[in-house]
Design a protein around this ligand. Sequence first.
Ligand code: SF4
Ligand code: SF4
Length: 97
Amino acid sequence: MSIRWKSWKELPLGMVIPEPATSLEFKTGSWRALKPVLDENKCIRCLLCWVHCPEPAIERLEGDRVRIDYNYCKGCGICANVCPVHAIEMVMEGGEE
Ligand code: SF4
Ligand code: SF4
């Protein structure tokens, strides 16, 4: 028996993104198990975390300060990994107090 693979043109439509920035409507922070905690005293404002975050979860503020928006942060840890001065620490959700 041979398998006939479908061309992409035969596949049913999966999802339509009708306009840009629809991800802002989906608050994905509840998916998170680990939470990034920022130490503003260590931050050198390089913006690497802002560039690499895959979600709209790091806000760029005046003077290139950054703030984490926990409504969208999924806790992937990329920001903590790219930070050159270890200003972001990943902690267990709820264990940051
Ligand atoms: S943990 Fe991931 S999603 Fe959350 S702020 Fe850092 S890079 Fe963005
Ligand atoms: S990567 Fe680190 S030092 Fe750079 S802006 Fe983000 S928190 Fe600050």
